[in-house]
Design a protein around this ligand. Structure first.
Ligand SMILES: [Zn+2]
Length: 323
């Protein structure tokens, strides 16, 4: 089985060395003790991994006030790490890149930004981020920003995109940067659906019907996402999988079943959020991802369905989005 994962936060580890409160710029993406490293992705036969450059706009002492500069540093680290072994992994910025990498037996590495607020009202920064390889932007994290509002505890549920946010959506559409609505307010989701001409992603969100959490999608949203040719990635965070429950494979499968029933097979993918989540995780390493496809098989998913959810739906999304 191959796998495509829309969201991990491993790249964030370079700024999260809480002990020293220093930038841990020596982060090793190849081999480390976190949830994900490139060696394990290759061992588990991943076809593609989205690496999120996460930036916190809040009071976190690790993140300096220069959010945009921190993001650029993070992006530079990402590219430098890929060059360590260009035979095994390569940047992907399009469907064609993905196919070329696949044909050359290389893992595709996509680059994303989690926190659109880093552009700080400057639309040209999206061009710059694109030129540096960014191919998806999570419009908000858990703070209000220049684009819109987060869905943290439904506080801003009915607040849509700001006028600048609509400009951002149009710019991302023009350039071919995927809009990621995970973390976004409900009204923001509807605005993206209304204003974007392209399919979009919720890179790491589950079903709100199965687990009532503001970070998850309602059935209506899942249908709207599917109608646009978009997808949502199953998030492994315990609190998004089951209320008061740990992160179990059984719960992941419940979400998959429901999402397929509501939005169709094509709407479901993976967005593990590994290295961005804590707590008790049944799958706490990219090395264990096979446990998910094996459990899907045991629970009655057909091979076609398992392949679709694990990677073929994402492949088809790349094709729809970039060609
Ligand atoms: Zn997130």
């Amino acid at each position: 089985m191959r796998y495509i994962d829309f969201h991990i936060d491993t790249l964030m580890k370079w700024v999260s060395d809480k002990e020293s409160k220093e930038l841990a710029s020596n982060i090793d993406l190849w081999t480390n003790n976190y949830h994900v490293d490139i060696e394990r992705l290759i061992k588990s036969k991943y076809a593609a991994q989205f690496f999120a450059c996460f930036i916190c706009l809040g009071e976190d002492p690790i993140f300096k006030q220069n959010h945009y500069d921190d993001a650029i540093k993070s992006i530079d680290i990402f590219h430098k790490q890929l060059t360590k072994n260009p035979e095994k992994i390569a940047f992907a910025g399009s469907y064609q890149d993905y196919l070329n990498n696949m044909n050359n037996n290389k893992l595709s590495a996509f680059l994303t930004v989690e926190e659109g607020g880093i552009i700080d009202g400057k639309i040209d920064r999206i061009d710059e981020l694109f030129s540096k390889g960014v191919r998806a932007i999570t419009l908000t994290w858990n703070y209000e920003n220049c684009i819109g509002y987060p869905n943290t505890e439904y506080k801003y549920k009915d607040n849509g995109l700001k006028p600048f946010g609509i400009e951002v959506v149009e710019k991302m559409d023009d350039l071919g940067v995927i809009i990621d609505v995970s973390h976004l307010s409900d009204a923001g989701f509807y605005d993206v659906h209304k204003h974007s001409k392209r399919p979009f992603l919720a890179t790491h969100s589950n079903s709100r019907t199965v687990c009532d959490h503001s970070r998850n999608l309602t059935d209506e949203m899942v249908k709207m996402l599917a109608n646009k040719g978009g997808m949502t990635g199953i998030n492994f965070a315990g609190s998004f999988l089951q209320e008061d429950g740990p992160s179990t494979i059984d719960a992941m499968i419940k979400h998959m079943r429901h999402l397929v029933n509501i939005g169709g097979l094509e709407v479901v993918g993976l967005g593990t959020d590994l290295d961005g989540i804590g707590g008790e995780l049944e799958i706490n390493s990219a090395e264990k991802i096979h446990m998910l496809s094996e459990a899907m098989e045991k629970s009655g998913f057909t091979t076609t369905e398992i392949e679709a959810i694990c990677y073929k739906n994402a492949e088809a999304f790349f094709k729809r989005f970039w060609s």
